[in-house]
Design a protein around this ligand. Structure first.
Ligand code: CS2
Ligand code: MG
Length: 408
């Protein structure tokens, strides 16, 4: 089965997406997500200029060989741009193989290990009443696990706060803002560390001890600050504390782990298994936050989870709106098949996006399921996609009170 065409489709319904569509000589097509929030055009060029010409004529069935060829023949390895491009090829070839076999991709990965994927949604609020409304709104939407993000007194803007606390066009649909320059936001770690424990105490008092609660530190603390927060949140029994500290230095998590039993999740900005190696081997984390799109696709995502299974580390795949419905479906198939599934992030895409990408996955009673259509189960309406041309958009960035650039 020969690859005869590979088209890179850029569209911007509710946000920018980059999608690769591979076509074979017997007319089968496959989709892959190549969206890299704020750097989309870099991946478009990597694909169009350096990958697509190498795909034409290749056997579409050779997924592993194509992955290894693209990874090793480039000479320059790893990094989000390279791995997002390879991810799109990998996903598209798995989509095609599923269609050729007449099976959903999870069946090709060993079949279902569970009935559905526990999902979590993003509740947020500048104030406790607003936050409580948002939590109730997510419970009404069916979510059984909820991430809690909150404003911090004294800070004007902060990651993860929806424009309004209930459904509608909320923050969840997009942290990147359209425009030619990133928005500057402010940050104060000490104010944050003082405030967050009071929020979780209030949430537990209002919603009880059972509801699985998650929180995203979004890379903003030093290791000892992360240890302080993890310890102060122990009474509130979080499902996980995410990205508690930047993890380029994987050893930093040793310090955090020494001080707290709050479960840790890391890895949404990682792009190869090497980024996880010490974190998993030393059991410094509890959940792998990789996303199929930024991690090289389905093939390496399955491999890192098999490595993680040896250390009882589970999945918590990244599912923001900047992972397209194709990328989200891809990781749902992996999540359904692996034994060490943990939880799946599910930020709902906007209405325009759902018109461009026809999806067969379902979200019912708090659980996601990729569906049983052959392949990944997502179609892309190219004509609809053409209505939404690319618009430059960047994620915000942070500065401290003294003007120092900080992690966003
Ligand atoms: C966040 C993301 O969902 C999350 O856990 O960290 O929304 C992140 O801010 C975006 O993916 C960045 O593009
Ligand atoms: Mg995150």
């Amino acid at each position: 089965m020969e690859i005869v065409a590979a088209d890179v489709i850029v569209t911007s319904p509710n946000r920018n997406f980059v999608t690769l569509k591979i076509t074979t000589d017997d007319g089968l097509t496959g989709l892959g997500d190549a969206t890299l929030n704020g750097r989309e055009l870099a991946v478009v060029s990597y694909l169009r200029d350096h990958v697509v010409p190498l795909l034409i004529g290749r056997d579409a069935h050779r997924i592993e060989d194509t992955w290894q060829f693209l990874y090793r023949s480039a000479y320059w390895r790893r990094g989000p741009v390279t791995m997002a491009a390879i991810a799109a090829v990998d996903m598209a070839l798995w989509d095609i193989k599923g269609k050729a076999a007449g099976m959903p991709v999870y069946q090709l990965l060993g079949g279902a290990s569970r009935n559905g994927l526990m999902a979590y949604g993003h509740a947020s609020g500048k104030s406790l009443p607003e936050l409580f409304d948002s939590i109730r709104d997510h419970q009404e939407q069916g979510y059984r696990s909820i991430r809690v993000q909150t404003g911090v007194p004294g800070l004007t803007a902060i990651y993860g706060i929806a424009a309004q606390s209930t459904s509608g066009e909320r923050y969840d649909h997009e942290p990147a803002q359209r425009g030619g320059y990133p928005t500057e936001e402010d940050w104060d770690t000490r104010a944050y560390l003082r405030h967050v424990p009071t929020v979780f105490e209030a949430v537990r008092n209002e919603f009880g001890p059972e509801l699985p609660l998650l929180h995203d530190g979004h890379h903003r603390m030093t290791p000892i600050q992360a240890a302080t927060l993890g310890k102060s949140l122990e009474p509130y029994d979080l499902f996980w504390l995410e990205d508690c500290t930047p993890a380029e230095n994987q050893e930093a998590l040793r310090l955090v782990r020494q001080h707290t039993t709050t479960p840790l999740a890391i890895g949404e900005i990682f792009n190869t298994v090497w980024d996880f190696q010490s974190l998993i081997k030393e059991q410094l984390i509890d959940y792998v936050r990789a996303a199929s799109t930024h991690f090289g696709g389905i093939t390496p995502l399955r491999k890192v989870m098999d490595y993680a299974a040896q250390y009882q580390v589970k999945s918590g795949f990244h599912g923001p709106t900047d992972v397209s419905p194709v990328g989200l479906a891809a990781q749902m198939h992996v999540g359904l098949a692996i034994h060490n599934f943990g939880i799946q992030e599910y930020m709902k895409h906007g209405a325009h996006t759902n018109r461009v990408f026809q999806q067969s996955f379902t979200f019912e009673d708090g659980y996601l399921h990729p569906g049983d259509r052959p392949g990944l189960g997502v179609d892309l309406d190219v004509d609809e996609a053409g209505k939404y041309p690319y618009e430059v958009a960047y994620l915000p960035y942070n500065r401290l009170a003294d003007g120092t650039v900080h992690d966003w």
